[in-house]
Design a protein around this ligand. Structure first.
Ligand SMILES: NC(=O)c1ccc[n+]([C@@H]2O[C@H](COP(=O)([O-])OP(=O)(O)OC[C@H]3O[C@@H](n4cnc5c(N)ncnc54)[C@H](O)[C@@H]3O)[C@@H](O)[C@H]2O)c1
Ligand SMILES: O=C/C=C/C=C(\O)C(=O)O
Length: 484
C-alpha cells in the first residue's frame, strides 16, 4: 500500500517539500506508519515567508466584513467535514473519535467563527483631553507572524492561533506538530475551497529543529505565538532575545485540583476523573495533582479509582471509546518511565501502572492504563515534573491554607480547579492560587472571550478573546492637538 503524502500549503498551493524528505507518521492506536510528513527545509520556509510577506499589504487592508466572510466560510467547511476531520484526528493522535468530534473539531470551527465576528466588532480607543487634544489608538496588524502548535489538540490549537492572527489582518506561516500533521493538511484544502487569498496562510510541515527554530528566528517574522513544552518556550525566548519580536508562550502545566469535603461528591468524582484523564491526560490543563480534604480522602480516592476503572479504553475509532492511545512510542516510554519513578519515590499505585496489551487491530498501539498514585510528597519529581499522560497523584490536606500552599508549590502556573459548595471559600482561594486559569466546580468550561494562558514556567502573555486581538496588533497612539 502506498503511504499518503502530506503536503505543505504555500502561496495558496499544496506543494511537496523541495528536497523530497519525509518523516514517518505513525497511527498511535496500531503503531503502524500510515502517512508521510514533509521534513521541509529552509528553502521551503523561505517560500512560505515570502508568500506571506507578499500577501500582507492586500490582506491587512481587506475590510473586516470581507475577512469575516472568508473565515466564516472556513468554519462552515470544518462543520461540513466534521466527521472526516474527527476521524483523521483520532487516527493521527490516538484520541477517542467522540472527543475529537465534540471538542477538537467543534472548537476549531468555533474559534474561527468567534474571531471572524470579533474583527467586525473590534474598535480602537480614544482619549479626549477635553478641548486641548484627542488621542486615538491605532491597532495595526504586525505583518508576517509565526504560529507554532503542539500535537495534543492538533487542529484546535492550530486554529486557536491562526484565527485571531488572520482576523486582525496579519499573514501567517504556521507550523503544526510533525507528530500530528494530518488535520492541518486537510485544513489547507478547506482554505483553498473557502477562497482564502493565496499567501495569507502558509502551512509548513517539519520538525522543530528543521523548521520550528529557523521560523522563529527568521528576520521577517514579527511575532511568535507558540504552544508547546516549557523547554521549547525557553529555547524560543533565548534564540529570539536580540530580535525584539512579540512573543506569546503557552507552555506546560502541572495543575492542582482542590477537592473539599463540602463538594457535590458524585459530580466532583466524575469531573475530577475527566480533568485528570481526558485525552489520556495529554491536555496542558489536565489536573494531575489532586489534593483532597482529609475527612473525605479515603472515600473520594476509592470513588475516583472506581470511576477511572470503568472508563471504556480501546480503539480510538469506536464511538464508545472514552480513553485511547498515547501519541507516540517515545511519549509512551516517557510516561511509563514516570510511573516507574513514582514507585521508586515511594508511591503506591491505586490503579493502573502498566502498558495495556490490546487485541486485534490495536495490538501494536501505545496504550497505557489510567494510573493513580498515592503516598508521595509534594517535593518529589513525580509531583513537580510535567508527565503529560494518564498519571495523577492524590494527597490529603487539612486546611484551606495548606491546600493553597500545596497547589502553589510548583514551577508551573497554568490552571487550577476548586471543588466546594462554599462559594466564598472558592473566591478566596481563586485569588490566592498562582495560575492563569481557575475553574470552580467545573473543568475545561470555555468562554472564548476570556484570557487564556499561564504564569511561571507555564508561559507568558495571554491569548483568547480581546487578549489575542491585542497580541496580534501593535497599538499606536496618535495625539492631535486642537488649535489653541
Ligand atoms: N499552555 C497551553 O496552552 C498548552 C497547550 C497544549 C500543550 N501545551 C504543552 O505542550 C507540550 C506538549 O506538546 P509538544 O510535545 O508538541 O511540545 P514541543 O514543545 O515539543 O513542540 C511544540 C511545537 O514546537 C515545535 N518546536 C520544537 N522545537 C522547536 C524550536 N526549538 N523552535 C521552534 N519550534 C519548535 C514542534 O515541532 C511543535 O510544532 C506539553 O508541555 C504541554 O503542556 C501547552
Ligand atoms: O493542551 C492545552 C489545551 C489548551 C486549550 C485551549 O487553548 C482552550 O481550551 O482554549
Amino acid at each position: 500500500m502506498s503511504l499518503k503524502k502530506i503536503q505543505n500549503y504555500i502561496n495558496g498551493v499544496l506543494t511537496d517539500p523541495i528536497d523530497g524528505h519525509y518523516l514517518d507518521n505513525h497511527e498511535p492506536a496500531t503503531g503502524l506508519v500510515y502517512a508521510l510528513t514533509p521534513e521541509s527545509n529552509e528553502q521551503d520556509l523561505k517560500l512560505a515567508v515570502d508568500a506571506a510577506e507578499q500577501a500582507f499589504p492586500a490582506w491587512s487592508n481587506t475590510p473586516a466584513e470581507h475577512k469575516a466572510k472568508v473565515l466564516n466560510r472556513l468554519a462552515d467547511l470544518i462543520e461540513v467535514h466534521q466527521n472526516d476531520l474527527a476521524k483523521a484526528e483520532a487516527i493521527d493522535n490516538g484520541k477517542p473519535i467522540t472527543l475529537a468530534k465534540n471538542v477538537d473539531i467543534y472548537r476549531a470551527a468555533a474559534n474561527i467563527r468567534f474571531f471572524a465576528q470579533a474583527c467586525t466588532q473590534y474598535s480602537s480607543e480614544s482619549h479626549s483631553m477635553e478641548n486641548v487634544a484627542i488621542n486615538y489608538t491605532l491597532r495595526d496588524p504586525l505583518g508576517v507572524v509565526a504560529c507554532i502548535s503542539p500535537w495534543n489538540l492538533p487542529l484546535y490549537l492550530f486554529t486557536w492561533k491562526i484565527a485571531p492572527a488572520l482576523a486582525t489582518g496579519n499573514t501567517v506561516v504556521a507550523k503544526p506538530s510533525e507528530i500530528t500533521p494530518m488535520s492541518a493538511y486537510l485544513f489547507a484544502k478547506l482554505c483553498i475551497e473557502a477562497g482564502l487569498p493565496a499567501g495569507v496562510l502558509n502551512i509548513i510541515h517539519g520538525t522543530g529543529q528543521s523548521i520550528g527554530a529557523p521560523l522563529t528566528i527568521h528576520p521577517k517574522i514579527k511575532a511568535i505565538s507558540f504552544t508547546g513544552g516549557s523547554n521549547t518556550g525557553t529555547s524560543i525566548k533565548q534564540a529570539t532575545a536580540n530580535q525584539h519580536k512579540k512573543l506569546s508562550l503557552e507552555l506546560g502545566g502541572k495543575n492542582p485540583t482542590l477537592v473539599f469535603a463540602d463538594c457535590d461528591f458524585e459530580r466532583t468524582v466524575k469531573e475530577v476523573a475527566r480533568a485528570a484523564f481526558a485525552n489520556q491526560g495529554q491536555i496542558c490543563l489536565c489536573g494531575s495533582r489532586i489534593y483532597i480534604e482529609r475527612s473525605i480522602y479515603q472515600r473520594f480516592t476509592q470513588a475516583l479509582v472506581a470511576e477511572v476503572n470503568q472508563l471504556t479504553i480501546g480503539d480510538p475509532l469506536l464511538a464508545e471509546t472514552q480513553f485511547g492511545a498515547l501519541v507516540s512510542q517515545p511519549h509512551m516510554e516517557k510516561v511509563l518511565g514516570y510511573i516507574e519513578l513514582a514507585q521508586q519515590e515511594g508511591g503506591q499505585l491505586l490503579t493502573g501502572g502498566s502498558q495495556l496489551e490490546m487485541q486485534g487491530r490495536c495490538a501494536g498501539g501505545y496504550f497505557v492504563q489510567p494510573t493513580i498514585v498515592a503516598g508521595l510528597s509534594n517535593s518529589c519529581r513525580t509531583n513537580q515534573e510535567e508527565i503529560f499522560g494518564p498519571v495523577c497523584t492524590v494527597q490529603a490536606f487539612d486546611t484551606d491554607d495548606q491546600a493553597v500552599s500545596m497547589a502553589n508549590d510548583s514551577a508551573y502556573g497554568l490552571a487550577c480547579s476548586i471543588w466546594s459548595q462554599d462559594i466564598s471559600r472558592c473566591h478566596r482561594l481563586a485569588k490566592k492560587v498562582n495560575c492563569g486559569i481557575v475553574w470552580v466546580n467545573c473543568w475545561l468550561l470555555r468562554d472564548l472571550r476570556t484570557p487564556f494562558g499561564g504564569m511561571k514556567a507555564s508561559g507568558s502573555g495571554r491569548e483568547g478573546g480581546l487578549e489575542a486581538m491585542r497580541f496580534f496588533t501593535e497599538p499606536k497612539n496618535v495625539c492631535i492637538q486642537f488649535n489653541p
